[in-house]
Ligand binder design. Structure first.
Ligand code: AKG
Ligand code: FE2
Length: 427
């Protein structure tokens, strides 16, 4: 049964395509620079990121426990230190939202601390925005250079398929094509076009009643299905490798590309994101996770290629990935190859459940095969012992559902007691 555990359960899903029409601070300029040097890789000269496995790399600091140090730092302070304590900052935000004239009872020094902390946040937003936009522009120039040098080689990949036959020949795994797309499975008289799907002009619905042998339930909460053809995966891998190779030349060194996974939208492969998201991930997730997760329709996606190597370099900076959960409701992970040993994905239970942290299963990536799991499912990648390993990963979020009713902490741990400070019944 979908959403319940049964090892190697063959889950078949017919896709029924139902066409519906699409429903579709100001930055302060004169603020003092208050942002402390961040520990994020890519921003810190000290971090060399090669061979490491961290995903959420920021070193977490939560201020002093008893406020004594804060008092010593600032004798006028009450111990309130929102710059070092995220909890203090959240308390203040909640108070501002909840009580009229909240700051009336505060001393001026604490108000100054709050003002500074909020400025620090804003500075961080502005800095990251600027650097990301700069980086995107730089990467787009780099892709332009690749196209100029060898346009014929890449143009086909960068141009989305325009019809189902191109999709069949060049992109999808043949089994996926036959099962998902073959016209006999479309219920409506006029099947949606590829263009309509990529532009999200049709809502794709999945009929769970009609089971086929499309998907496997590999273990609790982890499903697999063949999606992309091996040759297509190879082309994506080659393109990403080329982008990353050029990114390491002196001309583009300032982009520091090797340290981050490569974002598909930025390198002109956003159509792959759209295809996977609208055709596969959103409709499937409605059914796979409806009993274990609570979210509305997925409406946000980010797709990227993560590269690993037994001999990590700038372009393939990792040999493994530590245990973590994703900042997503649902994650899709497609093996892109190439020949490597090690690099298995280990799953360790859902955050917020008694299984959290316990190894419940290990999967060796297969080229073109997608794994779909809840973002809060703990997972890691074991050390790549030989060769290079690539994975196309998509994080998908829903800004409706639980993220609208819970603070980040309750969201992460899926507390559902309705008493989260952001919930409707908190008082
Ligand atoms: O490389 C993989 O297979 C997993 C990557 C991953 O977990 C992530 O990027 O969040
Ligand atoms: Fe992950």
């Amino acid at each position: 049964m979908i959403g319940s555990y049964s090892r190697q359960n063959r889950i078949g899903l017919f896709f029924v395509f139902v066409a519906t029409s699409k429903v579709g601070a100001k930055v302060p300029t004169s603020r003092k620079r208050v942002l402390p040097q961040t520990d994020m890789p890519g921003n810190s000269d000290a971090w060399n990121g090669i061979g490491g496995g961290a995903v959420n790399e920021k070193v977490r600091t939560q201020g002093s426990q008893d406020g004594t140090k804060d008092l010593l730092d600032n004798p006028n302070s009450s111990g309130f230190n929102p710059s070092n304590s995220r909890a203090h900052l959240f308390h203040a935000l909640e108070g501002l939202d909840r009580y009229p004239n909240y700051l009336a009872r505060w001393n001026e020094s604490d108000i100054n601390c709050l003002e500074n902390a909020l400025e620090e946040v804003l500075v961080k937003v502005c800095e990251q925005k600027r650097s990301i936009l700069d980086q995107k522009k730089g990467i787009q120039a780099l892709v332009g250079e690749l196209l100029e040098a060898d346009g014929d080689r890449w143009r086909n990949l960068l141009r989305p398929p325009t019809n189902w036959s191109e999709m069949q020949d060049g992109v999808l795994d043949s089994k996926a094509y036959c099962t998902i797309i073959a016209p006999r499975l479309f219920t409506q008289a006029t099947p949606p076009t590829v263009r309509q799907i990529l532009a999200a002009e049709v809502e794709i619905e999945l009929d769970v009643g009609q089971l086929t042998c499309l998907m496997n339930e590999e273990m609790y909460d982890v499903y697999s299905l063949s999606i992309l053809s091996e040759s297509f995966c190879g082309r994506v891998r080659e393109f990403v490798s080329e982008v990353s190779r050029l990114g390491q030349t002196e001309k583009y060194a300032n982009l520091q590309m090797g340290r981050r996974p490569i974002d598909l939208d930025t390198i002109g492969l956003g159509w792959i994101n759209d295809l996977l998201f609208y055709l596969i991930l959103r409709p499937i997730s409605r059914h796979l996770f409806e009993s274990s997760e609570s979210f509305g329709d997925l409406n946000w996606r980010q797709g990227y290629v993560a590269a690993y190597s037994a001999n990590p370099t700038e372009g393939r900076p990792r040999a493994q990935l530590i245990t973590h959960t994703d900042d997503s409701e649902v994650t899709l992970n497609i093996g892109l190859g190439e020949n490597f040993t090690g690099g298995a994905i280990e799953f360790r239970g859902l955050r917020g459940t008694p299984e959290a942290g316990k190894l419940i299963g290990t999967i060796q990536p297969r080229v073109g095969v997608a794994l779909i799991h809840a973002g809060r499912h703990f997972h890691d990648v074991t050390t790549v012992t030989s060769g290079d390993r690539f994975a196309l990963v998509m994080w998908a979020r829903s800004w409706g559902g639980i993220r609208q009713q819970a603070c980040p902490c309750c969201w992460l741990n899926r507390r559902k007691d309705d008493h989260c400070v952001c919930g409707p019944s908190w008082n």
